[in-house]
Write a protein that binds this ligand. Structure first.
Ligand SMILES: NC(=O)c1ccc[n+]([C@@H]2O[C@H](COP(=O)([O-])OP(=O)(O)OC[C@H]3O[C@@H](n4cnc5c(N)ncnc54)[C@H](OP(=O)(O)O)[C@@H]3O)[C@@H](O)[C@H]2O)c1
Length: 258
């Protein structure tokens, strides 16, 4: 079983649950996010229960440059990464033209730029070793455009597309990339994205632990795409592609409206 997992966005939500699940399997961890305190608490929790080493790196990985700095920090510690979970990401509610452009640019830098950068650095190392697993946290948002969350939906479409393409390229070299596409999950995501009061946020979300398990297991199998609920799988793959595009835009836009 692969030993060391690098997980971005591990201070909360799905990322913290990926860390707990990997630790249960006996793997070491490098956990990354901006907030030091929850990372330290997670390290203490996991090292107390499991015979593993958890390395905390509290830093902002919100740009490609910062993602490179993270990789260099990992290398400086002499750590080899067997599993890369690109999980850090955020959304943002509102009509595109009314939103602060800097926030959307920061979203692209983290959700896309940092993810691509880390995949490149870690992927080269994995390819040279002839093995490695990547999990790219995408979303059901990847399957259609999302009015009133236009940039977020587009970043996740990028992630799913990118993940499948690099999987095809890397697979002959023993490295796989899985895109995890959850529907709504009960984490800090809704508050961070200012989605409270929308139809989307009123839905019954999944628990982060259940989503982390589905994604992690799919990554270990080397699945291309993983959706955490069967009904969402049917909706994304069999219903939405058959609907008129304008209908999809109106329906999704309606769900993002307060
Ligand atoms: N929740 C949902 O409904 C849902 C659905 C589909 C997909 N997703 C995706 O799942 C992933 C995880 O989200 P979540 O639901 O677990 O949200 P969350 O609870 O808000 O967690 C986001 C994590 O990312 C970290 N993060 C944010 N910006 C960062 C930065 N610049 N540098 C380093 N770390 C950063 C946060 O930690 P710090 O604040 O400490 O930095 C936190 O640990 C995201 O990619 C999200 O798009 C979520």
């Amino acid at each position: 079983m692969p030993n060391t997992a690098l997980i971005t966005g591990a201070s909360a939500g799905i990322g913290a649950e990926f860390a707990r699940y990997h630790a249960r399997k006996g793997g070491d961890l490098v956990i990354v996010a901006r907030r030091q305190e929850p990372l330290d608490a997670l390290k203490a929790e996991l090292e107390a229960i499991h015979d593993i080493t958890v390395t905390v790196i509290a830093m902002d990985v919100g740009t490609p440059e910062q993602a490179t700095a993270l990789y260099e920090a990992v290398k400086a510690k002499g750590i080899e990464i067997d599993v890369l979970i690109n999980n850090a990401g955020f959304g943002g509610h509102g009509a595109f033209l009314d939103r602060d452009l800097a926030k959307d640019q920061a979203m692209i830098d983290l959700n896309v730029g940092a993810l691509v950068t880390l995949s490149h650095h870690v992927g080269q190392e994995m390819k040279a070793r002839g093995k490695g697993k990547m999990l790219q946290v995408s979303s059901t948002a990847a399957f259609q455009p999302g009015p009133y969350q236009a940039t977020y939906f587009a970043t996740k479409a990028f992630v799913s597309s990118f993940s499948q393409a690099i999987d095809e390229e890397m697979r002959p070299h023993g490295v796989t990339s899985t895109a995890l596409c959850p529907g709504l999950v009960n984490t800090e995501f809704v508050a961070v994205a200012d989605l409270e009061g929308t139809g989307l946020a009123k839905q019954k979300g999944a628990t982060p632990a259940s989503v982390a398990k589905v994604g992690y297991d799919a990554m270990m199998r080397g699945d291309l795409i993983s959706i955490n609920e069967a009904r969402l799988n049917v909706m994304m793959n069999w219903i939405i592609p058959l609907l008129p595009r304008r209908t999809v835009l109106k329906t999704v836009g309606g769900m993002q409206t307060k």
